[in-house]
Design a protein around this ligand. Structure first.
Ligand code: TXA
Ligand code: MG
Length: 349
């Protein structure tokens, strides 16, 4: 199949292209599109065959449920007959935006979309192209991140093409995404609402709206032996082709540890990469050193994270050593993704 890439500069001027993309989805096809978090791979969420195609194109395990993207608040009620009051409060506070809520599904949502679960994940993205596409597609678009299963999520249309060219009908290219890591997921079917995946919307922000919120112990690094509740969080994820190892501790010690490890890997004949920050990059010796940004700017680090991981793939690096990051606010989501990408390999110095 030929994958058509369409640049979208303006939703009004490019309305025709978005209409064509919507027609593809309504006919059961696949279209990748930008959201504020990462690029999504869209299909009609209410069409079992279309949902199945997503798993095939991504090489995704079929027990890993998809998020249903909507563009109108009232459409949430069509997906679930048993909405808790917290669903209404959270959607009003954070939609459109990077928050996915999990509620009981009703019969219009096929099990192909929910990976066999009786619950459904729903979000309203905050991106004009995504919202326009969802409207043109009939209102309910199932969309995982538009990467091959296991690879870093795409933050540029080019990343989508690298992974899925020839497997999907169209890519809407809306430029670089704004946030760069996937939405926060909160499960509202538990007695105490539970975060299954950390993201830009933090626990504190959620607690201000609905009171007590737990974090699924399965997503915390120190508890990586526990089974996470979001099926997708148990798979190896976000991983570059090279081995990735994180080093955590006080700055001076981290720099010298990474240089020591790089030196050893170099002697073993490996091509070595380092992920540092603007503050430390000049002090590293490796084949490739990439700065992820200024340490204090968590939002910029989140935006660059997956792009940096993909850049090492293009440079045939065998092993990457990365600094670790503090975990207030969005830092928790950054470390969650980095730890998963590293297969939880972390050295404390
Ligand atoms: O920011 C995002 O959420 C992006 C953009 C495209 O919207 N989408 C995204 O989808 O990250 P995906 O499929 O890559 O990740 C969805 C996660 C998976 O870990 C999946 O297991 C979990 O959500 N999930 C979906 N439905 C669920 C459910 N009913 N119960 C528990 N976990 C669920
Ligand atoms: Mg994903």
């Amino acid at each position: 199949m030929d994958t058509k890439i369409e640049k979208i500069r303006n939703c009004l001027l490019d309305a025709e292209k978005i209409r064509t993309a919507g027609a593809i989805i309504r006919a059961g096809g696949l279209v990748a599109f930008p959201t504020e978090t990462v690029y999504g791979l869209g299909a009609d969420a209410l069409n079992a065959c279309a949902a199945r195609k997503i798993y095939e194109a991504k090489g995704r395990p079929s027990d890993n449920p998809l998020i249903v993207h909507i563009a109108r608040f009232s459409d949430l009620e069509r997906l679930s007959a048993a909405l808790p009051s917290s669903a209404k409060r959270l959607s009003e506070a954070f939609w459109p935006g990077p928050l996915t809520i999990i509620v009981q599904k009703n019969e219009i949502v096929p099990y192909e979309t929910t990976g066999g679960m009786d619950t459904v994940a729903v979000r309203m993205p905050n991106h004009p192209v995504a919202l326009a596409l969802i409207r043109e597609s009939g209102g309910f678009v199932a969309a995982p991140s538009a990467n091959s299963s296991g690879r870093p999520s795409p933050t540029l249309a080019g990343h989508v093409a690298d992974d899925l060219d020839g497997r999907i009908s169209m890519i809407l290219d809306g430029g670089q995404v704004g946030i760069g890591i996937e939405s926060t997921i909160i499960d509202l079917t538990e007695e105490i609402p539970t975060i299954l995946r950390p993201g830009y919307i933090t626990r504190e922000m959620l607690q201000e709206v609905i009171g007590e919120v737990r974090i699924d112990p399965g997503i915390l690094a120190s508890d990586c032996t526990k089974k996470p509740k979001a099926p997708g969080m148990k798979y190896k994820h976000y991983a570059p082709r090279a081995e990735l190892i994180l080093v955590e501790g006080e700055e001076e010690r981290v720099v010298s540890k990474i240089n020591e490890l790089s030196g050893q890997a170099f002697c073993d004949g490996k091509r070595v990469g380092v992920i540092g920050t603007d503050e430390t990059c000049a002090r590293y010796q490796a084949h490739v050193v990439i700065s992820i940004g200024v340490r204090s700017d968590e939002e910029a680090i989140a935006r660059r994270l997956y792009k940096v991981l993909r850049e090492f793939d293009e440079m045939d690096i065998d092993i990457i050593y990365s600094e670790s990051f503090a975990t207030p606010n969005i830092g928790q989501a950054i470390m969650n993704r980095l730890l998963k990408a590293a297969g939880y390999q972390l050295i404390r110095v």
